[in-house]
Design a protein around this ligand. Sequence first.
Ligand code: AMP
Ligand code: MG
Length: 340
Amino acid sequence: MRQPFSRALHFFAIAGCALLFPACAPKAPAHTEIVLGTVCTVNAFSDGTRALYAELFSRLHDIDKSVNPYCADSDISAVNAQAGRAPVPVGKDTFFIAQQALSFAERTDGAFNPALGAIISLWGINTDHARVPSDAEIAAALSHCSWRDITLNEADCSIFLPTKGMELDFGGIAKGFAADELVKILRAHSVKRAIINLGGNVYLYGKKSTKSAWQVGIKDPLQPEGENALVLLLPETSVVTSGTYERFFEENGRRYHHLFNPETGRPAGSGVLSVSVVCTSSLYADALSTALFVMGKEKGTAFLHTIPQAHAVFITEDKTVTVSPELPYYMISSEYTAAF
Ligand code: AMP
Ligand code: MG
């Protein structure tokens, strides 16, 4: 079965970012639940109350019910089931995510493709039936992945997939949307500071009590035990990582990961091991991390210049760490060479 979100129970340290707390132990317990197919934790420190966590996680469950294709009565399941038949009215969250996903598809020239469901199902990465499909199977699935054919109708808030076999997949953007929604709730309650971690999709909200920068470790993609390659020093912002180590299977000594090149229908072989995007919009960071991974470092860096509010860290197969000049950081691993 396809995994739209990280169903494997990734804790943040293995999902791309590790938060370092040198002298700042939480004063109130954090709250953790499995939602969006992953482990979601919010720590609102001294402002954390049961009521606050209940509201935050209720919002997460709402979003999950809208866009989780494993939930039979979700919007996404209904839209996919009606592919080639009829438009389906959906909730505001689903419609908004679809609009944003299509906007990213347009801007990235399809590197971010929310209509990749047929390919994602075919490979079954992170399921018990993951396998390398034949060329013919890939070609057949690719014929159902045309994001330009998706019709959004604002008048009745409906989505139509015109061909049977088309499938939406918001796995590369939904956690970012969800993190932004949680931030709205934190602001409404005047929470001073918090850390949101939705399976590695991190939002650093407010200021650390010491008023110093948040410290976020970027995982070394070649170290399965979760060591960091470098540490970023950040103000309030989101950090989202897409990496080859997150979800994959191995066959005949080759690794097949979950980030697909929509042109080939195969795991993207862009020379990138991981890309972390820093942006105050977590939705942007999420969609961009997936898109930049597919584009590779050179094309991705050029594209990033068109989005001035987003910055990135590329870790590439040649053991180079390339950090946007706006991001202060220090290296942890001596295995990598820093580049600009
Ligand atoms: P992320 O870890 O945020 O990069 O998201 C990866 C997930 O996004 C995958 O598990 C798929 O559900 C989906 N996905 C994979 N490749 C693409 C792509 N090229 N465009 C959009 N979504 C993708
Ligand atoms: Mg993403």
